[in-house]
Structure formats: structure tokens, C-alpha cells
Design a binder for this molecule. Structure first.
Ligand code: ADP
Ligand code: MG
Length: 187
């Protein structure tokens, strides 16, 4: 199994609901196990050529153990974006949901429609903050630095803050933060 990290973001409509649905669908992938889900972050739109809506983004990331190949995983992400109503004709506009394949084990891949690690991962606070929450010591396979180091040295000064309160969710933020299982009376 490979360890994949997928980032999600929404700045249109019921943003919490779109993020929650995306996580639910990612949790249903075959040959895969949803390992961890980050908190939700409210993030200031950054200037990256996209025509942005008035709302801030909600962003987060998930960690998935999977046998799905990176290419198929990107296709699945596109399917989920479509299912949740992303405007395919104006992809750069405000989006109900954006899914990006951020990391896939230590794979380094540069193809026309898929670059792994995600080419802007290390420049974006809204990507690094949830990733650091999930696995701070994981190394970026090209830059050779841990995610925590990348976040600490980041030039991006855009605001990224924890959404407060966090929505009630079926997902714990990290496995280590989950409450211990309730012992069965018959154990
Ligand atoms: P962005 O996420 O940068 O705002 P899009 O979601 O429209 O914009 O993606 C732009 C293009 O990036 C897509 O056509 C996709 O094929 C390509 N792409 C390359 N690498 C990745 C990746 N690791 N994850 C997601 N998309 C990627
Ligand atoms: Mg994208």
C-alpha cells in the first residue's frame, strides 16, 4: 500500500458540507483506507492567477493508504469534483471543491497532467498547515525537507487559521487524537 495525501478546498456554497462530502467519498475508495483527516482551516485567497470569489477558502487534507495508482487517484479526484458540482468550464473560478494529489509515498512524477509532489505544495500555507498536522516529519521527496521545516520557512504570509468551532464530524482529526475505544463489557 502507498501513503497518499490529498488536499481539499472549497470557496463556494456550503463549504463545510462540500469538504465533508469529499472526505466521505474519499473514505469509500476501493483498495484504500482513510487513515487520517486534518482539521478544517479558513484560508485567505492568494494571488495565483485564479479568479477568486469573495469568500475565503476552507481547506484541509486527508491521508489515505491505497493501492490505487497516482493517475487513477487523480481521475477519482476529478470525478469527485464533478460529482460535487465543480464548474468544469471555469475551473479557475470559485469552486465548490478542489482536490489535489499532494504526495504519494516518495514518488516523484512529472507528466503533462500530473505532477507529484504537487508543484505548489511547498509554497502554500493553506496546504502545508493541514499536512503538518497529519505528518510533520514526512519529507518532501524533491526538496528533502520535512513538512514542518517547509512550513516554518514559508514566505507565504497569507492568513491560515483553524476554523472555530470545528464542525461536528464523523472523523477524528488524527488517529492519535481519537478517544480510546470503549471496552466491551463481554471482553
Ligand atoms: P488548481 O488546483 O491549481 O487551482 P486545477 O484544480 O484546475 O487548479 O488543476 C489544474 C491542473 O493541474 C489540472 O489540469 C491537473 O491535471 C493538474 N495537476 C498536475 N498535478 C496535479 C496534482 N498533483 N494534483 C491535482 N492536479 C494536478
Ligand atoms: Mg486542483
Amino acid at each position: 500500500m502507498a501513503t497518499a495525501f490529498i488536499g481539499f478546498g472549497s470557496n463556494l456554497g456550503n463549504r463545510i458540507d462540500f469538504c465533508d462530502r469529499a472526505v466521505t467519498l474519499l473514505g469509500l475508495l476501493p483498495h484504500s483506507r482513510l487513515e487520517a483527516v486534518s482539521s478544517l482551516y479558513e484560508t485567505e485567497p492568494i494571488e495565483d492567477g485564479a479568479a477568486l470569489g469573495p469568500a475565503w477558502f476552507l481547506n484541509g487534507a486527508v491521508q489515505i493508504e491505497t493501492n490505487i495508482t497516482p493517475k487513477s487517484l487523480l481521475e477519482v479526484c476529478r470525478e469527485i469534483e464533478r460529482a460535487l458540482g465543480r464548474d468544469q468550464d471555469n475551473r479557475k473560478g470559485p469552486r465548490t471543491l478542489d482536490l489535489d494529489l499532494l504526495l504519494y509515498d516518495d514518488l516523484v512524477l512529472k507528466e503533462t497532467d500530473l505532477t507529484v509532489p504537487h508543484p505548489r505544495l511547498h509554497q502554500r500555507r493553506f496546504v502545508l498547515a493541514p499536512l503538518v498536522e497529519l505528518d510533520p516529519e514526512r519529507h518532501h521527496p524533491v526538496l528533502g525537507k520535512s513538512l514542518r521545516e517547509l512550513l516554518d520557512r514559508l514566505a507565504d504570509r497569507s492568513v491560515v487559521r483553524l476554523l472555530d468551532p470545528q464542525p461536528n464530524s464523523r472523523y477524528g482529526s488524527r488517529p492519535a487524537c481519537s478517544p480510546p475505544p470503549i471496552p466491551s463489557p463481554h471482553a
